[in-house]
Design a protein around this ligand. Structure first.
Ligand code: 5AD
Ligand code: SF4
Length: 421
């Protein structure tokens, strides 16, 4: 989501006559797009920002903008702490970057609530290639007790269906073959049409081959959506469905609003309509009060679900969230130990699943890096598995989709060879 927000900022600035440079030393304006989901991201940003202080004193014309969730949270405080910053703008105020850049004033802060953000059609400067991100909703109403997002991105609002269809039709006409619909909770999308109806309409867009969407909340997973994934030909056989914990008492403390049993019902429903669906998840290790037994439930959950991939994180205290005020915070070492066990458990499962694909034929969409002349050598399956091609010969064609034979299943990717008749 942040990468796509950056594409929008670049799009806005291009309209103002700016162009992107990879060379900080020659930039007139440096925009930071920040994340505050975990403490580490915040620390990284702060130390990087500090390095710009001297750049500013050497080049007084340089403008520095801080955008994203840290900007939203700190607001004017950021200007006090780093007076060399010129603009501060939150995720609901991306559009204000154009006036900030045009008027070139300093010390401006835009962190207002903006429920109309969904109606703003911001230009996005996308990288060349086959894949594009498209926002379909903003914000979140769930208030999981560990999470800062509802405080930084505001309440949930869905973008009108018509605008989304128009954007995707335009992307397909430009040659994009895959879209990933973005939102904190896409399966609760609701505007003039519902999420499944939106998928049906996107499925009809000519030229488009693959539709993906992230992220989903188990609470809102309907039978209708499970069926749509199984029946709409362009909707890929993959869902990211964060579990967070396998223990009911921790799920309750997290305010996730489902039990493990209810989560398993979602998995069964998905597999009923799409037996080979790839399922991935997010897990938090060491939530406050998590006992050894709670942790064991999470390990057992991972083993019984057999995910295709997992993102796992150590619980990170976010000031302002409910969990931050709870008793029973765990030591870092214990959180780390549990995180490692979670990752090791999943790695063994992923490896086994990937090895089971050895010898099979899979369709991949080749991924190109802009300006990469070395030939196309990697791609993804519909199930979102990364495939590296060992022999490059057959893949130098202009084809964007090719069928390859899997020769080796690794922990984080597949190795494959091109198939000749
Ligand atoms: N600590 C650790 N992980 C978190 N996430 C969200 N907030 C926190 C936090 N405070 C994780 C959740 C979410 C993913 C995007 O980030 O697992 O699904
Ligand atoms: Fe955060 Fe929960 Fe909303 Fe996801 S659903 S953004 S974890 S509050």
């Amino acid at each position: 989501m942040n990468v796509h927000d950056s594409e929008k900022m670049a799009g806005i600035l291009e309209k103002e006559g700016y162009e992107i440079t990879e060379d900080r030393g020659s930039a007139d304006l440096i925009v930071y797009n920040t994340c505050s989901i975990r403490e580490k991201a915040e620390q990284k940003f702060m130390s990087d920002l500090g390095r710009l202080k001297s750049a500013k004193s050497l080049r007084p014309g340089l403008r520095i903008a801080v955008a994203g969730c840290i900007a939203q949270q700190m607001g004017g405080q950021l200007l006090k702490r780093a007076p060399f910053v010129d603009y501060v703008l939150g995720p609901q105020n991306i559009h204000s970057l154009s006036t900030m850049a045009r008027e070139a004033k300093t010390g401006e802060v835009a962190t207002m609530d903006n429920p109309d953000a969904t109606l703003l059609e911001l230009p996005a400067s996308r990288k060349e290639g086959n894949r594009a991100w498209v926002s379909i909703m903003y914000g979140c109403n769930n208030f999981c007790t560990y999470c800062i997002v509802p405080y930084t991105r505001g309440r949930e609002t869905s973008r009108p269906g018509e605008n989304i269809i128009k954007e995707i039709s335009g992307l397909a006409a430009q040659g994009f073959k895959e879209v990933t619909l973005l939102g904190q909770n896409v399966n609760s999308y609701e505007s003039d049409i519902g999420f499944v109806e939106l998928l049906r309409k996107i499925n009809e867009i000519d030229g488009l081959r693959r539709i993906r969407f992230v992220t989903n909340h188990p609470r809102n997973l309907s039978g209708e959506l499970a069926e749509a994934i199984g029946t709409l030909d362009k909707v890929c056989e993959h869902i990211h469905l964060p579990l967070q914990s396998g223990s009911d008492s921790i799920l309750k403390a997290m305010n996730r609003k489902y039990s493990f049993k209810e989560y398993m019902k979602c998995i069964e429903l998905l597999r009923k309509y799409t037996p080979d669906i790839a399922i991935t998840s997010d897990i938090i290790a060491g939530f406050p009060g998590e006992s050894a037994e709670d942790h064991k439930s999470t390990i057992n959950a991972i083993k019984s679900i057999q995910y295709d991939g997992l993102f796992a994180f150590r619980y990170s205290q976010r000031p302002g969230t409910k969990a931050c005020e709870m008793d029973g915070h765990l030591e870092d070492e214990l959180k780390q130990e549990r995180l490692m066990e979670i990752l090791d458990t999943q790695d063994a499962i992923t490896l086994r699943k990937n090895q089971a694909l050895e010898g099979s034929m899979v369709e991949i969409m080749l991924e190109t890096e802009p300006g990469d002349e070395s030939g196309k050598a990697a791609g993804r399956t519909r199930s979102n598995k990364l495939v590296n091609i060992s022999d490059n010969s057959g893949s130098s064609s202009k084809d964007e989709f090719i069928t390859v034979r899997v020769t080796r299943g690794n922990k984080h990717s597949l190795l494959a060879e091109t198939v000749r008749d």
